[in-house]
Design a protein. Structure first.
Length: 142
């Protein structure tokens, strides 16, 4: 399953990247995540690992690692994300008065979800778009 969502945020690429790269912020803007904690030492960068608790579609623990870290430009993670394994990429493009954020997902379903993945793809994309709108709202409110 592959999809992407884009939106414009009225904040600088630096502000958007710094908020995204502080993965402990994820529960503020992703309604399915209860908590996110760094599990590796040192500053956030390539190879940093995290554990998070998901509440939807069912409660569970998942892990991911940072696989791309290009400040103010690009950030990507790979890991177990709910019923999927995959990669989420965040690309930031400076615009006059803001940032164009494009979130791309490449996800592969596990278990029984493989059968439902074609049907679920649209709903997953819509849920991600809703989360990005919440991210925009938080960043623009300061």
């Amino acid at each position: 399953m592959r999809f992407s969502n884009s939106l414009t945020i009225g904040r600088s690429p630096e502000d958007v990247f710094n908020f995204l790269a502080a993965f402990e912020n994820v529960p503020q803007w992703n309604y399915a995540i209860v908590e996110t904690h760094k599990t590796s030492e040192g500053p956030v960068g390539m190879g940093t690992t995290y554990r998070q608790i998901r509440s939807l579609p069912s409660r569970g623990e998942e892990t991911f690692r940072v696989i791309e870290f290009d400040p103010d430009r690009r950030l990507a993670i790979h890991g177990d994300l709910g019923s999927f394994e995959g990669t989420l990429t965040y690309e930031l493009e400076p615009l006059r008065g803001g940032t164009r954020l494009t979130n791309s997902a490449e996800l592969e379903a596990h278990g029984l979800m493989k059968l439902a993945a074609p049907i679920a793809a649209g709903k997953v994309r819509e849920a991600v778009a809703a989360n990005l709108e919440r991210l925009k709202e938080i960043l623009e409110q300061g």
